[in-house]
Design a protein around this ligand. Structure first.
Ligand SMILES: Cc1cc2nc3c(=O)[nH]c(=O)nc-3n(C[C@H](O)[C@H](O)[C@H](O)COP(=O)(O)OP(=O)(O)OC[C@H]3O[C@@H](n4cnc5c(N)ncnc54)[C@H](O)[C@@H]3O)c2cc1C
Length: 377
């Protein structure tokens, strides 16, 4: 995909690469062990603007194409997928504002991100995951405000965000048509952080509940009209899924890099592992799959850059890239043999990190439902 990256993108890529090498690669092992959120390192990344790649130029963003941004995100994911998820999840939290907010909301939200804040996207609820329209968080209009009540769960950046975009039912009996999107500041009275998840992978990212208890937010914080929330959320996820595919490709590429480096050093039957044709073909298949995922992702991103709908392309890219990242991470472990199964080497983490990409932003079963729906009707 290198041929699609601009000159500016290439320069940024070498900066990002240096940052990953000096700040993320060594430390992420300890973040993985402890589940620590890397506050200082995230702060440095934000100072360098690495959480602003997808902010449009008109609102102060870097003005790079999505293809450039994808290459940068993949580079960060190669170092630590959890770190990349933190940055991408902030973009997901901002997206409803970019898609449907008014000019003031866009300016304020982008301004806060550019000043060093993170955002989070709150849709999932304990009883409403794949069936997102079944949520029970409510927003009741009262005296120039909406009063939010209920619990969102599994929220990335849940305890770190400065603001949230939140779906809530303004008309509980109306299903998806009764959902509205809101912008909620983290310091709003009645908003509290609930239980934190202890995860199997992407352990350097923050995932927790966000609870609303008589949380009053001004009417001006509604994004779009009442009842438009579900459609805004689905469009948000269409783009979000493509960024998840980029991160999955980064995990797979790391698996290839590690497997090749190890395979050149490790000798069996008098030759390096990489001299055995069975393993050479294994590596070739890993490369074919990773590059295919990248191309699918690039296709979806190009459509987004052209302002075109990419629901189908995003679902294909996310589904393929995440299934592929699981396969490639597993093959990387296979090439390491027993050492790959040991925590002493970095490849077992890749498999744990890869798994979530088959689950969040719509499971791969849901992606297949989207693809079948677009194809069959
Ligand atoms: C680490 C992490 C971070 C997350 N970050 C966020 C976030 O920032 N914001 C947010 O809103 N959410 C977030 N989520 C939530 C995530 O999007 C949901 O977990 C996901 O959508 C699945 O919902 P569920 O867990 O309730 O599973 P369920 O919906 O209960 O699904 C369970 C299983 O059943 C399958 N299934 C369900 N319905 C069908 C069907 N009709 N046909 C076939 N199979 C079906 C699913 O594919 C899955 O395999 C995060 C989750 C995790 C684990």
């Amino acid at each position: 995909m290198a041929y699609l990256i601009s000159e500016v993108g290439k320069e940024l890529l070498s900066d990002v690469s240096r940052f990953c090498e000096s700040q993320i690669r060594q430390k992420c092992r300890s973040w993985d062990e402890t589940g620590e959120w890397p506050k200082e390192c995230i702060r440095q990344a934000m100072e360098l603007g690495y959480h602003t790649f997808d902010i449009p130029e008109e609102f102060g963003g870097p003005g790079i194409s999505r293809i450039d941004a994808a290459a940068l995100l993949e580079e960060i994911a190669k170092a630590d997928a959890g770190f990349a998820v933190t940055l991408a999840a902030s973009g997901l939290g901002l997206r409803p504002v970019l898609l449907a907010g008014d000019a003031g909301q866009k300016e304020r939200a982008c301004g806060r991100i550019l000043e060093g804040a993170l955002a989070a996207f709150c849709m999932t609820e304990p009883q409403a995951g794949s069936d997102a329209a079944a949520g029970t968080v409510t927003a009741v209009r009262d005296d120039g405000c909406y009063v939010l009540n209920g619990t969102k769960c599994f929220i990335t950046n849940g305890s770190k965000a400065a603001f949230y975009t939140v779906t809530a039912k303004t008309e509980p009996e109306a299903g998806a048509a009764g959902i509205t999107m809101f912008l909620v500041d983290a310091d709003t009275p009645g908003l509290r952080i609930g239980a934190k998840e202890d995860k199997m992978g992407i352990r350097s990212s923050d995932t927790c509940e966000v609870v609303f208890e008589d949380c009053r937010i001004p009417v001006e914080n509604r994004i779009g009209a009442e009842g438009e929330g579900f459609s805004i959320a689905m469009k948000t996820l269409d783009e979000g899924r493509v960024w998840m595919a980029c991160i999955a490709a980064g995990i797979a590429q790391r698996g290839i890099d590690e497997a090749v480096a190890y395979g050149k050093l490790r000798r069996q039957f008098g030759r390096p592992l990489t001299a055995h044709q069975a393993l050479r073909f294994k590596v070739a298949d890993m490369v074919i799959k990773t590059e295919t995922a990248r191309q699918m992702t690039a296709h979806a991103l190009l459509k987004l850059d052209l302002g075109e709908d990419c629901r189908m392309e995003a679902a294909i890219a996310k589904c393929y890239a995440s299934d592929m990242a699981m396969e490639v991470a597993s093959e990387a472990i296979q090439i390491f043999g027993g050492y790959g199964y040991s925590r002493e080497y970095p490849v077992e983490k890749l498999l744990r990190d890869a798994k979530i990409f088959q689950i969040f932003e719509g499971t791969n079963e849901i992606q297949r439902m989207v693809i079948a729906g677009e194809t069959i009707g």
